[in-house]
Write a protein that binds this ligand. Structure first.
Ligand SMILES: *Cc1c(COP(=O)(O)O)cnc(C)c1O
Length: 406
């Protein structure tokens, strides 16, 4: 495995050489959104300067160029996820859109008394759409509980699983705690009772390369902006058989075969789920971002980020009063913590003055915060362009914040 040339990688990201509040930026909010390399920024400009046109519509040259670039990106993403067919790759506006699309579709398939299963460590986007679904259909929401380390309790999952469960929605990696969930095992067991599984991959795709055929998941969703791509674009992977069973989500242009006032027939996949003019530049450039990450290599990214995680965990725990939430055996490069007696927001505010960007609050996962009986945490989430030197700066800043606040 090749070793990362971190200084060369950092030079790819113009924003990283900025100062914030007079200090060199230390960007540790990658769990919220990743920074963009110059190839991605340039590709957006190139699209608007050279080929901007609507896709799948005109016979004119620019429209064909734009359509080709969009479809090339779809193929890049198909290959990246190892999906069987390129029409199993649906462009969405992001993870939230992908989950809502699937949850909405399941309304046509559920009966009162059926069960929809989520886990105790989900992002609100992987809870609320399923609550809507339950309200609409009379299905019941069932929750896989977690333990004090922030790991799902699989014996409880086994106990809760039964043939009434029609769909299970879990994240691959938790955005609040960093836990890597045993999704392969969950998927295998779910299929034994005939339940479909949707994996929220928003927090996993920046760190690893999922193989949807090997996982055998039915749906896998992620957001472009967390994998160094633009905002407003994302991916829903769905098995062909499931995407054919689900009704369309939105009606409009591009998703139809034939429209009369008496009856409309729908277009084939993937267009059935791609109503209206999409984020064309975003879709094209998402492929650029995925190519960029694959060129660096996910094996090297994972190994390096694990080093950052181990180093950051060790250094933070040297500060008295620090408590880390999410202490399971399998974690991504994300540390959620508090200092005894100090509100996370106050730490975030002080370190910001020192040029450091971290997330504070409930991280769109209030049930996780309720479980630990805390208002929120400070969350430092590392990407492959971060360094141990930045962690040192951060740890010193946290010490300073602790001094000022206690
Ligand atoms: C960020 C995130 C989401 C929501 O993604 P959007 O891009 O806001 O749609 C959902 N789940 C997890 C685990 C996330 O980290």
């Amino acid at each position: 495995m090749k070793k990362l040339d971190i200084q060369a990688i950092r030079a790819d990201f113009p924003i990283l050489s900025q100062t914030v509040n007079g200090k060199p930026l230390v960007y540790f909010d990658n769990g919220a959104t990743a920074q963009k390399p110059k190839v991605v920024i340039d590709a957006i400009t190139k699209y608007y300067q050279e080929i901007n046109a609507n896709i799948h519509r005109g016979v004119h040259t620019l429209s064909q160029l734009a359509t080709d670039a969009y479809e090339v990106s779809r193929n890049t993403i198909q290959k990246h996820l190892n999906a069987k067919h390129n029409h199993e790759i649906i462009f969405t506006s992001g993870t939230t859109h992908g989950i809502n699309l699937v949850a909405n579709g399941f309304a046509a398939l559920l009966q009162p008394g059926d069960e929809v299963m989520v886990s105790a460590i989900e992002h609100h986007s992987n809870i609320v759409p399923w609550q809507f679904l339950c309200e609409r259909t009379g299905a019941n929401l069932v929750v896989i509980p977690m333990n004090e380390k922030g790991e799902l309790i699989l014996s409880e999952f086994d106990r809760l699983l039964n043939e009434k469960v029609k769909i299970i929605a879990v994240n691959h990696i938790s955005n609040a705690l960093g836990t890597v969930n045993p999704i392969a095992e969950i998927i295998e067991k779910a299929h034994q009772v005939g339940a479909a599984v949707l994996i929220d991959g928003a927090q996993a795709t920046p760190h690893l390369r999922p193989d949807v055929q090997e996982l055998d998941c039915d749906f896998y969703v992620f957001s472009g902006h967390k994998v160094c791509g633009p905002t407003g674009v994302g991916i829903l992977y769905g098995k062909e058989s499931w995407l054919n069973r689900l009704p369309p989500y939105q009606g409009g242009g591009e998703m139809i075969k034939e429209v009369t006032f008496a009856k409309t027939t729908y277009a084939d996949l993937p267009h059935k789920f791609e109503a209206g003019t999409p984020n064309i530049a975003g879709g094209i450039v998402l492929g650029t971002a995925i190519d960029y990450l694959n060129e660096i290599g996910f094996e090297a990214i994972e190994a390096y980020e694990q080093e950052l995680l181990a180093y950051g965990t060790e250094k933070l725990l040297e500060i008295e009063g620090v408590k880390i939430y999410g202490t399971g055996a399998h974690k991504a490069s994300l540390i959620s913590f508090n200092i005894e007696g100090i509100h996370p927001y106050d730490i975030g505010t002080i370190v910001d003055k020192l040029g450091i960007a971290v997330r504070t609050g409930h991280h769109c996962a209030q049930p996780v915060m309720n479980f630990f009986d805390i208002p929120g945490t400070v969350r430092a989430s590392f990407a492959f362009y971060n360094t141990k030197e930045e962690i040192d700066i951060f740890v010193e800043a946290v010490k300073k914040a602790k001094q000022m606040l206690s």
